[in-house]
Design a protein around this ligand. Structure first.
Ligand SMILES: NC(=O)c1ccc[n+]([C@@H]2O[C@H](COP(=O)([O-])OP(=O)(O)OC[C@H]3O[C@@H](n4cnc5c(N)ncnc54)[C@H](OP(=O)(O)O)[C@@H]3O)[C@@H](O)[C@H]2O)c1
Length: 326
């Protein structure tokens, strides 16, 4: 008999979450039925977009946290014991009928950490990949601006803009340590937007002719400064589950993108990564890039399932994909 620990939300938080919003529960799982598998968690992600689901009152434990699981008992021949899959839920053990399980790529090398299936070779990178290469339609030689550039999404946007499309890439990040990362990742210009005297002037200096594409992970105030600097017929790719700058705010939000969006006839398209069709192909490209050391990454790994709420509350302070090791 397996006792499964799960984190649940006691009450939906307003603004920033606190420990008292979460509750750890243990339930006894029933024996497996035909076609079912027993899953044991290996790694969890805590991502900024999960905050939206929480404040809107979604059933976040099942819907808003990617987990890599190992099949530890199986009555489903499609998922034999030992298979690694990606699924959802803040739960250390669970039973699945196999319907919503995504198998790890067969090509996954033994040398690569499995945690990367949730970050560098997972959903955040797919957001970068689809947003930049598919939706923004960026062309070789163009100039791309990305904010939260050292983050899970932004760091991949910058690197594939250089590696796959040969763009000039300008990245904004919120600390000198992160700026150093961007330099290591090969960004052409990187700056700390928190310490520059003027964001507007810094952007102008980094690309006096303007920007062809802005991959916006932040929204609101940042967008308002950037959008006027996008070239006519330029592209604004917004990671639509953002904007991150509004997630834990309460009260009225500042006004959104300015009129320049209309006058510059900017192409504006939403980016829901789960609706994107090219997932397996993109994951293979990312896997190759990481395996060959051409795409670099950072993970912040917190130990222990009991640390899920602490990791969730601290993720915005950490560099790269935030992972919890079960
Ligand atoms: N469309 C989709 O399907 C989809 C999928 C995944 C992610 N997203 C979105 O993509 C964006 C980036 O995600 P990510 O996983 O790469 O994020 P992340 O790296 O975990 O982002 C955290 C970072 O955001 C930055 N940030 C900037 N302004 C902020 C503010 N006002 N409050 C808090 N943090 C702020 C901080 O970095 P700096 O200090 O360096 O700026 C912070 O460390 C998010 O908006 C996310 O919701 C969308």
């Amino acid at each position: 008999m397996v006792h499964a620990k799960s984190w649940t939300l006691k009450k939906h938080f307003v603004g920033h979450p606190t420990n008292s919003d979460f509750e750890l529960k243990t339930v006894e799982l029933p024996p497996l039925k035909n076609r079912e598998v027993l899953l044991e968690a290996l790694f969890f992600t805590v991502d900024p977009y999960m905050s939206i689901g929480l404040t809107k009152g979604k059933e976040f434990p099942v819907s808003e946290c990617a987990v890599s699981f190992r099949v530890v008992e199986s009555k489903n021949s499609a998922f034999p014991t030992g298979t690694t899959v990606v699924a959802f839920g803040w739960t250390a053990h669970s039973i699945s009928d196999g319907k919503n399980l995504e198998k790890l790529l067969a090509e996954w090398p033994d040398t690569l950490p499995l945690s990367l299936a949730l970050g560098m070779v997972g959903m955040p990178s797919l957001t970068a990949y689809s947003g930049l290469l598919d939706i923004s339609g960026v062309q070789g030689g163009e100039t791309v601006l990305v904010n939260v550039a050292a983050g899970a999404v932004g760091s991949v946007v910058g690197q594939i803009a250089k590696l796959k499309v040969s763009c000039k890439v300008v990245g904004a990040a919120g600390s000198d340590k992160r700026v150093a990362c961007l330099e290591k990742y090969g960004f052409d210009v990187a700056f700390n937007y928190k310490t520059v005297k003027s964001l507007e002037e810094t952007l102008q200096k980094a690309s006096p002719e303007g920007y062809d594409c802005d991959f916006d992970n932040v929204g609101v105030e940042f967008s308002n400064v950037v959008i006027p600097q996008i070239k006519k017929f330029g592209r604004l790719a917004i990671a639509i589950r953002g904007p991150i700058s509004t997630y834990n705010r309460t009260g009225l939000l500042p006004p959104g993108p300015p009129e320049a969006v209309i006058f510059k006839e900017l192409h504006f398209e939403g980016l829901p990564v789960y609706c994107w069709q090219e997932v397996r192909q993109a994951l293979k490209g990312l896997l190759t890039g990481v395996s060959e050391g051409k795409i670099q990454y950072h993970e912040h790994i917190t130990e222990g399932f009991e640390s899920m709420p602490a990791a969730f509350m601290g993720m915005l302070r950490e560099l790269g994909e935030a992972i919890v090791k079960a």
